[in-house]
Design a protein around this ligand. Structure first.
Ligand code: PMP
Ligand code: GLU
Length: 389
C-alpha cells in the first residue's frame, strides 16, 4: 500500500467514539452491554423540532444553502447571544457548522500552525489535542486538580503563557469532569487573553446543563479575542443532526467560512431548519431534560457512595461523573484504559477511560442514559470493581 501523510500518524482516534464502537460491536454479537460511555442524550429530539425538519423537506429546502449557514439561523444565534450577554453580534459574527466539532476544527485550521502553543486545561475533551496537533501546533497542558473539583484557575493559565502561545481553550461545563469555571476566574482569563493578544476559545456545549450556579459566557467580557462554540447536539438531544456554530470577530468567521466552503460547504439544509425551530421554539423541553439529568445525577452519586475506594466529587454541570479509580489498579490492570476494557469484557458495562481526557486515574461515566440502564450499569460497575478488591 502507498504511504499516508505524516499528520494522520500524529493523532489517535477519538476515545469517546472508540468506546461507542466497541460497545456497539459487542451488542451486535449478542452481548448484553450497558453503555455508560457516550456523551449523547438518550432522549428523542423534541417533536416540534422534528416537525420543522419534516416541513423543510416538504418545502424542498433540500438544496445547497449559503456556505456560512442560512441567514435566519445566523441572525437567531447572534440575537440569542445579544439577549443573554449584551453583546452586539450580527450574522457576520456567526458560522453555522456540522456540529461544534467542525466549528472547533475550522478554528484550529484558521489559527494554528507549526510553532504555536495552545493552552489546554486537563481534563480536556478528547478532540482538542488531536485537532491542535493536526495543525502542527503543540498543546500545552494546564493541570487542574481533583481535590478542587477540577476547577480552572487564571493564575495557572498565566504561568504557562509564552511568546509562542496562540490560544487558550476553556470548556465550561467541562467534558469529562462536569466542572464549571467561576465568573471571576473566567474574567481574569479573558483579561489575560486581551493583554497577551491571545485567542480564547470558549466551548459551552453543555451550557444548559447546570445543577448548581449560573452559566457564565466569556463573550460577556470581550468579543475581540473570544471565540464561542456551541451546538444543538446536547441542549436539544440532536447529536445526529450535526449542527453547531462558532461566534467570533467577523474576519475570523470569514476565514473559517472559506475553509468550510472547500470542505463540507455547509451543514445539511434540513438540520439548519430544525436548529432554527429548536432555538426559536418552546424551551420547556430543555428544562424537562435538565430535571431528568438532575434526578439521575442524584441517583448516581448515591450509588457511587457505596463503592468503597472510589474517589469523586459532585460536579456542577454536564452529564458526566469522573471518579478516580486508581485504587482498583493491580498487577494486571495498570491504567484506566485497561480498567475500562476489563469492565466492558467482564462486567459488560462501557465507560470511557480517562486516558483520552488526559487523566490516567479516572473513568468517565455518562448519565445521558435511561434510568433503567443506569441502575443496571451501576450494579455491574459496582460488582466489577468489587471483584478487583
Ligand atoms: N465540545 C465538547 C466539550 C463536547 O463534549 C462535544 C461532544 N459532544 C463537542 C464539542 C462536539 O459536539 P457536536 O456534537 O456538536 O459536534
Ligand atoms: N462529545 C461526546 C462525548 O464526549 C460525543 C463523542 C464525541 O463527539 O467525541 O462522548
Amino acid at each position: 500500500m502507498s504511504s499516508f501523510a505524516a499528520r494522520v500518524n500524529s493523532i489517535t482516534p477519538s476515545a469517546t467514539m472508540a468506546v461507542k464502537r466497541a460497545a456497539e460491536e459487542l451488542k451486535r454479537r449478542g452481548v448484553d452491554v450497558i453503555d455508560l460511555g457516550p456523551g449523547e442524550p438518550d432522549f428523542s429530539t423534541p417533536e416540534h423540532i422534528k416537525e420543522a425538519a419534516r416541513q423543510a423537506l416538504a418545502q424542498n429546502f433540500t438544496k445547497y444553502t449559503a456556505d456560512s449557514g442560512i441567514i435566519e439561523l445566523r441572525e437567531t444565534i447572534a440575537y440569542r447571544y445579544n439577549q443573554n450577554y449584551k453583546t452586539d453580534y450580527t450574522a457576520e459574527n456567526i458560522l453555522v457548522t456540522s456540529g461544534a466539532k467542525q466549528a472547533l476544527y475550522h478554528i484550529s485550521e484558521a489559527l494554528f500552525e507549526t510553532g504555536d502553543e495552545v493552552l489546554l486545561p486537563v481534563p480536556y475533551w478528547v478532540s482538542y489535542p488531536e485537532q491542535i496537533k493536526l495543525m502542527g501546533a503543540t498543546p500545552v497542558l494546564i493541570q487542574t486538580h481533583a481535590h478542587e473539583g477540577f476547577r480552572l484557575r487564571a493564575e495557572t493559565v498565566a504561568a504557562q503563557i509564552t511568546p509562542r502561545t496562540k490560544a487558550i481553550i476553556v470548556n465550561s461545563p467541562n467534558n469529562p469532569s462536569g466542572a464549571t469555571i467561576e465568573r471571576s476566574e473566567l474574567k481574569k482569563i479573558v483579561e489575560l487573553a486581551v493583554k497577551h493578544r491571545l485567542w480564547l476559545i470558549y466551548d459551552e456545549c453543555y451550557e444548559k446543563f447546570l445543577y448548581e450556579g449560573a452559566h457564565v459566557s466569556a463573550a460577556e467580557f470581550d468579543t475581540q479575542h473570544v471565540i464561542t462554540v456551541s451546538s444543538v447536539s446536547k441542549t436539544y438531544a440532536m447529536t445526529g443532526w450535526r449542527l453547531g456554530w462558532a461566534v467570533a470577530p467577523k474576519e475570523l468567521i470569514q476565514a473559517m467560512a472559506k475553509l468550510q466552503s472547500h470542505s463540507t460547504s455547509h451543514p445539511t439544509s434540513i438540520s439548519q431548519h430544525a436548529a432554527l425551530a429548536a432555538l426559536t421554539g418552546d424551551q420547556s423541553c430543555v428544562s424537562a431534560m435538565l430535571s431528568e439529568y438532575r434526578r439521575r445525577r442524584g441517583f448516581l452519586l448515591g450509588e457511587l457512595a457505596q463503592i468503597k475506594g472510589l474517589k469523586y466529587s459532585a460536579p456542577p454541570g454536564a452529564f458526566y461523573l469522573f471518579p478516580d479509580v486508581s485504587r482498583f489498579f493491580n498487577r494486571e490492570i495498570h491504567n484506566s484504559s485497561e480498567l475500562a476494557r476489563y469492565l466492558l469484557e467482564r462486567a459488560q458495562v462501557a465507560v470511557v477511560p480517562g486516558t483520552g481526557f488526559g487523566v490516567e486515574e479516572c473513568i468517565r461515566i455518562s448519565y445521558a442514559t435511561s434510568g433503567e440502564q443506569l441502575r443496571e450499569g451501576l450494579k455491574r460497575l459496582r460488582e466489577g470493581l468489587q471483584n478487583l478488591c
